[in-house]
Design a protein around this ligand. Structure first.
Ligand SMILES: NC(=O)c1ccc[n+]([C@@H]2O[C@H](COP(=O)([O-])OP(=O)(O)OC[C@H]3O[C@@H](n4cnc5c(N)ncnc54)[C@H](OP(=O)(O)O)[C@@H]3O)[C@@H](O)[C@H]2O)c1
Length: 385
């Protein structure tokens, strides 16, 4: 029996993880967490009977206390998330919060020597060097949940690291892959959230449409697999059947394929190194008409190039990219700025940033805070124009 806590259990990845847990007898849920979705959290508590739940929002926690079963420990804020993550009973923590809030609790779990199933890519984007060094020092496994990174993880064992020529991260291209630049200017929030292949949380869905998600994934892969950025390429593959590939120096390419369903990489991270039976999800090759490939259009989707640039700079630059993007996505979802404004905001904040090499966690958090303020100011200027 593997004891698991899920940070962000009410989100898209959190709910899929609980579906995997529901159909297996291998896992026991120790901790769950939500920001404010108390109704769903309470349902999850009743079904999975955790010892602890972390609720970010104190008012929501107070409401939950009135309805929760006796004996349930309810903790709040960042302290509560860290306590849930670092509980010694955990064998694995599923890190599936969205955004920078996941960094400190993920580090708390690693500090406690607990393996991580990582969905929250922003953690590695902000502080990949620190997170991976700490994981190595503590002997902690960081198991990828993102379908692309799970694919690479499964393919990269086919050769030695020095034999890898490059990794190829696939991208569906999102809902606007064929839309001309002029039309991108006026796309609505509703159109942006209508992803052709995946059903995900709102932030990652917007990032997928702008290709910022691919940029964040490039940075995530750089840290997870210890590969130079020059060895990480992105290819548009609309069908989302090939989840990513590893090309070796002899010209062989190893790919991982499956139907697009996040429960497959989630389950692999939970059962690793074993594979568990999966009766529902197999490719039917008689129905697969075409697998297509193309290169991303970096002009129409400048977020990808911005992410490569920030990653090349290193230090605090990726954290600044991420924080500015979080604000820009929020303002876009609120209807305050347009789709193309998001990359403009990120570029502007990055250009003003006094970049710091080899930062500490505190310096990364300070850069994150600074970038949020700058991005908010810039968004206000856009609104006023
Ligand atoms: N969804 C996917 O298919 C997918 C695939 C690959 C990678 N990922 C990555 O996985 C991560 C999670 O994505 P998602 O789509 O599952 O996100 P999501 O649906 O928005 O869920 C986010 C979860 O985090 C909680 N949360 C949000 N802000 C919080 C805060 N400030 N403090 C504490 N808890 C907070 C939410 O609680 P409430 O419900 O109470 O708001 C929810 O449980 C992201 O980094 C994303 O890039 C997602």
């Amino acid at each position: 029996m593997k004891n698991i806590s899920i940070l962000g259990s009410t989100g898209s990845i959190g709910k899929s993880t609980l579906e995997v847990v529901r159909r297996s007898r291998q896992f026991r849920i120790i901790g769950l967490s939500a920001k404010s979705n108390i109704a769903l959290l309470l349902e999850q508590v009743k079904e999975f009977n955790p010892q602890t739940v972390a609720v970010w929002d104190r008012d929501s926690a107070d409401r939950l206390k009135k309805m929760a079963p006796k004996g349930l420990r309810i903790v709040t804020g960042m302290e509560g998330l860290c306590e849930t993550a670092a509980c010694r009973k955990n064998d694995l923590v599923v890190s599936s919060l969205v955004g920078s809030v996941g960094l400190i609790p993920t580090l708390a779990a690693i500090d406690a020597g607990i393996d991580i199933a990582l969905a929250n890519k922003e953690v590695l984007v902000m502080a990949g060097a620190i997170v991976m060094a700490k994981a190595r020092a503590k002997g902690v496994k960081v198991l990828p949940v993102d379908s692309e990174h799970s694919a690479i993880f499964q393919c990269i064992g086919s050769g030695r690291k020095e034999e890898v020529r490059r990794i190829i991260i696939t991208a569906s291209g999102g809902p606007f892959v064929d839309l001309p630049q002029a039309k991108l200017r006026t796309v609505t929030v509703r159109e942006t959230l209508n992803h052709p292949r995946w059903s995900m949380g709102r932030k990652v869905t917007v990032d997928s449409a702008s290709l910022m998600n691919k940029g964040l994934e490039v940075i995530e892969a750089h840290w997870l697999f210890g590969l130079d950025l020059s060895k990480i390429d992105v290819v548009i593959h609309r069908e989302s059947i090939i989840h990513s590939m590893v090309e070796y120096v002899d010209g062989s390419i190893i790919a991982q394929l499956s139907v697009p369903d996040m429960k497959i990489p989630i389950q692999y991270a939970l059962t690793y190194p074993a594979r568990a039976e999966n009766r529902a999800h197999f490719i039917d090759f008689s129905k697969l008409k075409n697998l297509s490939f193309g290169l991303p259009d970096r002009k129409r989707f400048p977020a990808l190039a911005l992410a490569y640039q920030a990653a090349q700079k290193g230090g605090t630059a990726p954290a600044v990219l991420n924080a500015a993007n979080e604000i820009a996505v929020h303002e876009f979802l609120e209807g305050k700025i347009g789709f193309l404004d998001m990359a403009v905001v990120v570029r502007s904040v990055l250009s003003k940033h006094a970049h710091r090499k080899s930062p500490t966690v505190a310096q990364i958090l300070a850069a994150d805070e600074w970038a949020r303020v700058q991005a908010e100011i810039f968004c206000e200027e856009i609104v006023r124009k």
